[in-house]
Design a protein around this ligand. Structure first.
Ligand SMILES: [Zn+2]
Length: 262
């Protein structure tokens, strides 16, 4: 397995989640308004096609915008990504629909470390998914889930539920980051440092009593740093090679386009 590839892609995705939170920031309202946000919580997710690095969807929590408490970021994201995948990889005429779910949409067979990076899709989300979304991601055969911030309340739900889904070839884990710089840091290494500082602050805020889902509300200026770093990454800053580099460049270009940064 290419740990370099995994760490580089995860860092780009983690930075993109923070940048999306900045460029699509939903400012918190005063408690007197009776509602916390206009569109929904500051929670985002993106879905990447592991086979080529395409970002199939970059979405956010939209519960208030639609008056629909089911519209968590993951719910909006998987449906948008499914729409894209059905066009990108239409079901072959000789393939049964259930095999289509298991082999050509978000899922592909295999439990090796490489299989989770090179086949099927990865959903990246701001927080370890809630019980509803963890189950949804199992139902829709997501190959890999990688989250930015822990959520201890829901930490075990995914694996608890996975046994009811025949232990399907799916994994949920914290997203990884590139190694720190030995000398002058590249924007990707700065991104890894920024992600760690966010993890520390979110943990501190939650420990002090802020509900986890509100912990990014007070960090608009820090989120702006993610947007600036995302704009600074150049192809020469990537350390992967060949096909892995091509895929990560595709992911980088896609997330910048989806954030209207290019
Ligand atoms: Zn959820």
């Amino acid at each position: 397995m290419s740990e370099t590839f995994k760490a580089e892609r995860d860092t780009i995705a983690g930075l993109a989640l923070l940048a999306a939170n900045h460029v699509r920031f939903d400012p918190p309202l005063s408690s007197g308004a009776g509602v916390s946000h206009v569109r929904g919580f500051n929670v985002h997710c993106l879905v990447i096609d592991n086979t080529d690095g395409e970002v199939l969807a970059l979405e956010q929590n939209h519960i208030h915008a639609e008056g629909n408490p089911l519209q968590h970021a993951e719910q909006v994201g998987v449906r948008a990504a499914l729409d894209r995948l059905r066009k990108k990889r239409p079901r072959p005429t000789d393939m049964p629909v259930e095999k289509y779910y298991k082999q050509l949409l978000f899922m592909a067979p295999g439990t090796g470390a490489d299989d989770f990076l090179n086949f099927g899709c990865t959903l990246y989300n701001t927080f370890d998914p809630c019980g509803m979304c963890a189950t949804t991601l199992l139902v829709c055969y997501m190959k890999r889930i990688a989250f930015l911030f822990d959520d201890q309340k829901f930490a075990t739900v995914y694996d608890d539920m996975r046994q009811y889904f025949k232990n399907r070839d799916s994994v949920k884990e914290p997203l990884s980051t590139v190694a720190p710089a030995g000398g002058v840091a590249t924007p990707l290494q700065d991104a890894a440092t920024l992600i760690q500082s966010f993890r520390d602050r979110v943990h501190a805020l939650e420990t002090a009593g802020t509900p986890l889902v509100f912990t990014l509300d007070s960090q608009f200026d820090e989120l702006a740093k993610a947007t600036r770093l995302l704009m600074q990454i150049r192809p020469e800053h990537l350390t992967t090679t060949d096909g892995e580099r091509d895929r990560n460049l595709r992911t980088l270009e896609d997330v910048r386009r989806l954030c209207n940064l290019q």
